[in-house]
Design a protein around this ligand. Structure first.
Ligand code: GLN
Length: 209
């Protein structure tokens, strides 16, 4: 098993051996630290991405939850917006959680804001209503054995998705998880639970590791 009592999990090669993959987590704002911890526990090299240079050599990138308007503006001013788009359109795997899902969309039902437009989808920010800031829901996820507890915090949903996008989970007609070839989005926060199945799914199915 990974770990083996090694407290510095970043040096653990138990799962991937010496050629450990390198996964970046966009660390401009939001809950990037939780993703880094889980990734390190799974035996990958997990690095904070704050500058264009940090994108070099990544095997995958997570755009975390936070405030999508803030992250969007910071990505534009740092040049990371173009950098991430170019990483993605060359085949780089990306996973957006919550605010990251908003940023991945090509269009929003709300006021204009900077988007990465990585997948054809129409997103509704804060789509579960203002008064319902957060809730948990037991979700059926395509390809998963057993329910996954989704932690939703002012979460978005996709109202519709374009061709080539597979819907992985819905709440009523609201799309809360979806994927394309090299992109995964979740409206909820798997990094705030002990269940690492979505991180494993991203590494295995989207990053091909
Ligand atoms: N509502 C936030 C946004 O649109 C996302 C909230 C979150 O990431 N938990 O940016």
């Amino acid at each position: 098993m990974a770990g083996n009592g090694d407290t510095n999990s970043d040096t653990s090669g138990a799962v991937f051996g010496d050629e450990r993959p390198k996964i970046g987590v966009l660390a401009l704002q939001g809950d990037f630290a939780e993703h880094l911890n889980i990734l390190r526990g799974l035996g990958v090299r997990a690095v904070e991405v704050r500058t264009l240079e940090d994108l070099a050599g990544l095997d995958g990138l997570i755009v975390p939850g936070g405030e999508s308007t803030t992250i969007g503006k910071m990505m534009l001013s740092s040049g990371l917006s173009d950098g991430i788009r170019s990483f993605f359109y060359k085949g780089g795997p990306v996973w957006g959680t919550c605010a990251g899902m908003v940023l991945a969309a090509s269009a929003t039902t709300g006021p204009r804001q900077p988007l990465l437009a990585l997948m054809p989808a129409l997103v509704e920010r804060n789509g579960f209503g203002r008064q319902v800031h957060s809730f948990e829901a037991e979700l059926d996820i395509e390809g998963f054995d057993g329910a996954f507890t989704g932690v939703f915090i002012r979460a978005p949903f996709f109202e519709s998705v374009g061709p080539g996008i597979e819907v992985l989970s819905k709440i009523e007609e609201k799309v809360v998880a979806a994927r394309g070839d090299n992109i995964l989005v979740t409206a909820f926060h798997p990094e705030l639970t002990d269940d690492v199945r979505f991180h494993e799914y991203f590494l295995r199915e989207v990053c091909d590791l």
